[in-house]
Design a protein around this ligand. Structure first.
Ligand SMILES: [Zn+2]
Length: 602
């Protein structure tokens, strides 16, 4: 079910000033009826990015990114549809109406809102106390010693909790909060005598925020050595869940989307130090092993995850498991080798940002990293030691995708060091291979969509090709089909044109079904369960994410452009010169239509 009423979503879209929205990300210049600028999605020197203010569309003639205001916010802020709507509603002052919410859900939401307001006020209180109070002098000195600038500390709303027992409690009560609410929000605790006291006292506080910057809890660090424990977090409550959190994600999402990577570190100060050094796409996991929830959140930020953690703290099994889970989601996990006993904050302070950037670019895949550890620790002088190392390395090699650059490189490195033939290294048992390898094998026979030029540039990168290259293309196709359902009049015409070549084989039957049942896609669902599920998914997408005719047309032109590019590559391979000429003209025609759509006057 849609979260917001269609009417209020429409009002949000109408209220958006597209030139202002995009202009906040990249400078736009007016050319005729459209606005052009440098693309915020790829690096370029001459502008190929254009904005149509009237239809609130954007399109890049360089990298092919395009969409409406909602897609723009989703891509640049790393938000989902509902979050993007809320973001825009807030920015342009539109009141959102929710679809009939049951009274219980509404009450829960109001309570959450109230507790979050309390947490936000508390964060402001702590932050002010850090800068103003004489008592916080030691804390300020401690932070400055770590090389953290005032600006960074203020960006992350770092604060200081007073040493008194009830400052937050008193302030909260003055604002109309009951002690029980303050306990629920995690800022106060019940005492033995039936009273209450502040949970955090005489500590540096770090607000733990959700991806949208809303405070859900606090992490607090002791300033004096005598204080135990050194780190104290909010206890688990209705808002804060340990293991779901990524510290700094609200500041990291947009830079991560732009950089195509997100850096994962251990602690708060590492995030602050790297942010200050310009590596803004950094988050902390605040624990040892990466949880599935955190991985999901990271995947929404970027497809490449660089783990800059203390190597010994995270176990090999946990890292391999995380790497496999990442691969299954079309993501890639790489390990940054940190010099022993140093953390990113110290490294940046001692060696500078450029040195850390070099470490980041030298990051290797998890199996490679683990194999390196085995080799470094092995007794290579003895035959027994080499056999032992081989034994440990075989499962690591087996954990890499077959026929991949990662595996080739790993095998080469190991055979060089151990002086054994490659078959000694690759001869792992099938059973040890695990789920990922088996899946890749099964998928290898299915048709592989080469995708648009540029989108498959990752093909030579060390990752298994199936999930990584197929997902974005299919996503665009699914969005197109959903828009056809949402805008049935132009939708029918475009669906008829979008035959083989426009859509992947998996989605062609969906298109056929929609042509028959465009007004009611859920009628006469086919017996094939996975096909029926796909149709249902697309019908729900159409319901949940209403679109508009110009966006639909834009989406269709992109499918057309992609088809033309693909046919063109095929013709070039076959040295079919006549075909190439025809296709070049066709592609030019599509590009002209795109330009026209982007520059249409009202
Ligand atoms: Zn671009």
């Amino acid at each position: 079910m849609a979260l917001f009423t269609r009417g209020s979503v429409e009002r949000v879209k109408e209220a958006v000033d597209m030139v202002e929205l995009v202009g906040a990300r990249t400078d736009l210049r007016r050319v005729g009826t459209r606005h052009v600028g440098l693309c915020p999605f790829h690096d370029e020197r001459t502008p190929s990015f254009s904005v149509n203010a009237e239809h609130a569309l954007y399109h890049c003639f360089g990298c092919g990114e395009s969409g409406d205001s909602i897609k723009f916010v989703r891509e640049t802020e790393g938000l989902d549809f509902a979050e993007a709507i809320e973001h825009l509603a807030e920015r342009y002052g539109v009141e959102l109406e929710r679809e009939d919410e049951d009274p219980r859900a509404e009450e829960d939401r109001r309570r959450r809102d109230r507790l979050m307001r309390l947490l936000d006020r508390t964060a402001t209180f702590y932050a002010r106390f850090l800068w103003d109070a004489a008592e916080a002098r030691g804390a300020r000195a401690h932070l400055a010693e770590r090389g953290l600038s005032d600006e960074t500390l203020r960006t992350f709303r770092v604060g200081y909790a007073p040493s008194a027992w009830n400052r937050v409690l008193v302030a909260g009560q003055r604002d109309g909060y009951a002690p029980a609410e303050m306990v629920a929000a995690g800022v106060a605790q019940p005492g033995r005598d039936g009273g209450y006291f502040d949970r955090f006292r005489a500590r540096i506080t770090f607000p733990l925020t959700d991806p949208r910057g809303r405070v859900l809890g606090f992490g607090a660090r002791a300033v004096r050595d005598s204080q135990k424990p050194k780190y104290l977090n909010s206890s688990e409550n209705e808002l804060y869940r340990k293991g779901r959190h990524l510290f700094g994600i609200d500041h990291a999402r947009a830079p991560a989307a732009k950089a195509g990577r997100v850096v994962v570190v251990e602690g708060y100060t590492d995030v602050l130090a790297l942010h200050g050094a310009g590596v803004e796409e950094t988050v902390a996991i605040m624990g040892t092993a990466l949880t599935p929830e955190q991985l999901t959140e990271l995947g929404r930020a970027a497809t490449t995850v660089l783990m800059a953690l203390d190597a010994d703290a995270s176990g090999q099994e946990a890292m391999l498991r995380a790497a496999r889970a990442a691969t299954e989601r079309g993501m890639e996990l790489r390990v940054v080798a940190l010099p022993e006993g140093s953390d990113p904050a110290e490294l940046v302070a001692a060696k500078g940002a450029a040195a850390f950037e070099r470490l980041l670019s030298a990051a290797v895949s998890v199996p490679e990293f683990e194999a390196g550890r085995v080799l470094d620790g092995a007794d290579l002088a003895s035959t027994h030691g080499r056999d032992r190392a081989l034994e440990l390395i075989r499962p690591l090699v087996a954990a890499t995708p077959e026929r991949s650059v990662v595996r080739d490189e790993l095998v080469r490195r190991v055979t060089d060091r151990l002086e054994v033939p490659a078959s000694y290294v690759t001869g792992a048992s099938i059973a040890a291979r695990g789920g990922a390898g088996a899946r890749n094998g099964a998928d290898a026979s299915s048709s592989r969509d080469p995708g648009p030029p540029g989108a498959d540039s990752g093909a030579s990168a060390p990752r298994p090709p199936e999930p990584a290259t197929r997902a974005p293309a299919e996503h665009a196709e699914q969005a197109f089909l959903a828009m056809c359902v949402g805008e049935p009049t132009p939708g029918r015409e475009l669906l008829e044109r979008a035959g083989a070549g426009y859509l992947s084989e998996r989605l062609l039957p969906v298109r056929d079904h929609l042509l028959e049942h465009l007004s009611d896609p859920l009628a006469d669902l086919p017996e094939d369960e996975s096909l029926a599920a796909l149709i249902t998914e697309i019908a729900m997408l159409a319901e949940a994410e209403p679109s508009s005719e110009p966006v639909l047309r834009l989406s269709f032109l992109q499918l057309e452009l992609r088809r033309a590019d693909r046919d063109l590559r095929a013709a070039a391979r076959e040295r079919d010169y006549d075909g190439q000429r025809t296709l070049l003209a066709e592609r030019e025609r599509v590009r002209e239509q795109l330009a026209e759509l982007m520059g249409e006057a009202g």
